[in-house]
Design a protein around this ligand. Structure first.
Ligand code: EPU
Length: 421
């Protein structure tokens, strides 16, 4: 076990290079399973625990995987099992993409139900609805989803809720179905578009990703390909918010500014200067921050995954901010930790009412989930004195080299071994 020890109060200056998008990578890796010939070489894969977890699962299924720096080579022609039943499968969220990928290629899959961050009930009913519409039979037995089909046939699916996971999972299976599938009320996140682009590079025929309707004309085979994952919108947003909270001037590089619009707009409203360049953004902050209201929404709205870091920033903004979390019902577990540092926050259901304070003070706190962990680091960076962030294995699931990246910006942060979380 490890913890982060942060001596707060330093302004941040310099450049931070953003890695490949976690939530794209964790869908693209399982999608690579669908290649029945040729190998795939995927670049800009972030070096995070969720990716390593998926690589182990895919090796367990018989894939050959070689990792070199940020590039992963996958030979999925050697797969010899459709039964994903290891601890890794149960511990992470994105393992559910194995269902769509295996179902598409082999017309059968047995995948243990996924875990992931404790941020609310995380049903997969919309995934199942989509698989069944394509002709699959789905049962849940002994903690696993068992999905089989004689053949998959294109269908119309109208999702009852906008779901990133269901959109991608059903798109995977439909790519290898017979005929045309129309998916409506789909998620439009950049990583949904990235997975569609990856599948099309493999030979799929998918149009409309990034809009409300995706049209998929099934093909009989997908082949391995070369691909590069898009930059991580949420990692970039995390560093932007850290810069805004600490004060200073930070440039996030290797990003797509268009993906950052909802976050940039909110930071400008807070009183921060955001300068847009071709593939970077510069945040200039004098720490004179104004309270704002935030409502999380599916893309292109303000992302739920950046809500927790944003809440730390609002703890030190002048006035009262109100955050409404519309995606997950329990994504405020980090608030109790912020209160230990002097934050004044009241949570009522899906709403957090934050009365800004002049300063936070260092404390021993813990990461209750991945993005809560990012929020805790930002709190430690702005706080007076020393903060210890425990349970950082949550953070390592989704942020590559986080303390090294902050150190390069001038933060006083170090990783230390501990006996237990
Ligand atoms: N939902 C259903 N039924 C379903 C699927 C979802 O009711 O079958 C509901 C959920 O309960 C939730 C809403 O729909 O209220 C949205 O869930 P979604 O399916 O979009 O979430 P997800 O696919 O499980 C992904 C990201 C999350 C991110 C959400 C929303 C991955 C691996 N995870 O989760 O990322 O919060 O989309 O954008 O892509 C994170 O990175 O920290 C993280 C939690």
């Amino acid at each position: 076990m490890e913890k982060l020890v942060i001596n707060g109060g330093k302004r941040l200056f310099g450049k931070v290079e953003i890695s490949g998008a976690k939530n794209a990578a964790v869908a693209i890796l399982p999608a690579a399973i669908m290649a029945s010939s040729s190998i795939s070489v995927i670049d800009n894969i972030p070096d995070i625990e969720d990716v390593q977890c998926l690589e182990r699962i895919m090796e367990h299924l018989g894939c050959k995987i070689i990792r070199q720096a940020n590039s992963v080579t996958i030979d999925s022609t050697s797969i010899n099992s459709v039964n994903a039943n290891t601890d890794d499968v149960r511990n992470m969220r994105a393992s559910y993409y194995l269902i769509g990928a295996l179902l598409g290629r082999f017309k059968k899959a047995k995948v243990d139900l996924p875990g992931g961050c404790p941020i609310g009930v995380r049903p997969i009913d919309q995934h199942i609805k989509g698989f069944e519409a394509l002709g699959a039979k789905v049962t849940i037995e002994h903690g696993a989803a068992i999905v089989t089909a004689e053949k998959l046939v294109g269908a119309n699916v109208y999702f009852d809720v906008v779901s990133v996971g269901a959109t991608i999972n059903v798109m995977l299976a439909a790519a290898l179905a017979e005929g045309t599938t129309i998916l409506e009320n789909v998620a439009k996140e950049p990583h949904v578009v990235d997975v569609a682009n990856f599948l099309n590079t493999m030979g799929a025929n998918i149009k409309g990703a990034g809009t409300d309707i995706i049209r998929i004309v099934g093909v009989s085979e997908l082949k391995g390909c070369n691909y590069s994952v898009i930059p991580d919108q949420i990692e970039a947003g995390t560093y932007m918010i850290a810069a805004a909270a600490c004060g200073g001037e930070v440039t996030v590089t290797n990003i797509i500014p268009k993906h950052m619009e909802s976050i940039s707009a909110k930071l400008i409203e807070v009183g921060v200067e955001v300068v847009e360049n071709e593939d970077s953004l510069t945040i200039i902050s004098d720490r004179n921050l104004k309270a704002v209201n935030v409502k999380t929404l599916p893309y292109p709205g303000f992302p739920t995954d950046i809500q927790q870091p944003m809440s730390t920033l609002l703890c030190i903004a002048n006035g009262r901010s109100i955050i409404n979390e519309s995606i997950w019902e329990s994504r405020f577990k980090h608030v109790d930790e912020l209160k230990k540092m002097g934050a004044v926050v009241k949570v009522e259901g899906r709403t957090a009412i934050i009365d800004g304070v002049e300063k936070l003070t260092g404390a021993v706190i813990r990461a209750t989930d991945l993005r809560a962990g990012a929020a805790m680091i930002i709190a430690g960076l702005v706080a007076e004195g020393t903060t210890e962030v425990h349970c950082i294995e949550h953070i390592d699931r989704g942020y590559p080299n986080i303390e090294d990246k902050f150190k390069l910006l001038g933060a006083d942060i170090r990783r230390v071994k501990v006996e237990e979380c």
